[in-house]
Design a protein around this ligand. Structure first.
Ligand code: DGL
Length: 285
């Protein structure tokens, strides 16, 4: 069983890609709607909430958990992997969405920190759109810089965008907000144009058309959910102990720390088909 975690609905965009790319697996989705959004919370709170929810997924038998949330991946994952996991559950694994994204951008495997300078990235510019906390973590520019120092990275925080998406705001309002964030990021480039945009929040695929409309036409928008799904497929090939397809292949189950009555209709838009959330019992799943 593979656990997929996000602060709310956003991770459903990743789960959707996983069920297409790796359909033989059994997935448990957990959205921490009671505490969403994470993007403006302080680092310690994001760490603790993420740890608690990973623990919940472990407790029902998900030995592999994917943080389908850029904020949790950027802010909490390294600390979880280095200080908590080795003591709490050394045989389990927690993965995130930042690593596959960096690998896709730089074309450099994660373990390579100082690639030979081949000049391939000389003229590249990457724009990252993300929550405030992801931007403040500096994860994207730092990790890209380690592997492809010649790629210029411009970051743009998009405060409030997750709230608007979760509140099912009108397309006109979403377009206006996204347009404002894109204009701000382009202004920081002094007339330069990014070649690639990372929508570094798993909620943003829902407003990808607005990003595409606001960005110059030549900008490629990285398809993070599919990049993450491809990366997980490669991970499972390297780690067959976690590659345990379930022949009965029951449909994913969806749990929330919030009130299922308030989230079902919107969640289906993220997942692309009907989603029925179950309330998380206080004792666990
Ligand atoms: N969807 C998440 C992300 O990728 C978190 C959004 C939030 O809770 O602020 O960053």
């Amino acid at each position: 069983m593979i656990g997929v975690f996000d602060s709310g609905h956003g991770g459903l965009t990743v789960l959707r890609a996983l069920t297409t790319r790796l359909p033989g697996h059994r997935y448990i989705y957990l959205g921490d709607h009671a505490h969403a959004p994470y993007g403006a919370r302080d680092v310690e709170a994001i760490y603790e909430l993420t740890r608690e929810n990973v623990e919940r997924l472990f407790s029902i038998g998900c030995r592999l958990v994917l943080l389908a949330c850029n904020t949790a991946s950027a802010v909490a994952l390294r600390r979880l992997q280095q200080t908590w996991l080795p003591h709490f559950a050394p045989r389990n694994r927690v993965l995130g969405v930042v690593v596959p994204t960096i690998e896709a951008i730089t074309k450099v495997p994660w373990h390579v920190k100082s690639p030979p300078g081949d000049g391939v990235h000389e003229t590249r510019r990457v724009a990252v759109y993300a929550t405030r906390r992801t931007v403040e973590s500096g994860s994207f520019p730092y990790e890209i810089g380690l592997r492809a120092p010649a790629i210029a990275v411009v970051q743009q925080a998009c405060p409030g965008l997750v709230d608007l998406i979760e509140a099912d705001a009108s397309e006109a309002e979403l377009a206006r907000q996204v347009g404002g964030f894109v204009a701000e990021s382009l202004a920081g480039l002094d007339g330069g144009c990014p070649d690639t945009a990372i929508l570094g929040c798993t909620h943003y695929p829902l407003v990808a058309t607005h990003f595409a409309a606001a960005l110059p036409p030549a900008v490629e928008i990285l398809d993070q959910p599919n990049v993450v799904a491809d990366s997980l497929a490669q991970y499972l090939a390297r780690h067959p102990e976690f590659d345990t397809p379930d022949p009965a292949q029951p449909a994913p189950r969806f749990f929330t720390t919030g009130d299922p009555a308030h989230i079902d209709p919107l969640a289906s838009r993220f997942f692309g088909k009907d989603v029925e959330f179950e309330r998380l019992a206080s004792s666990g799943l």
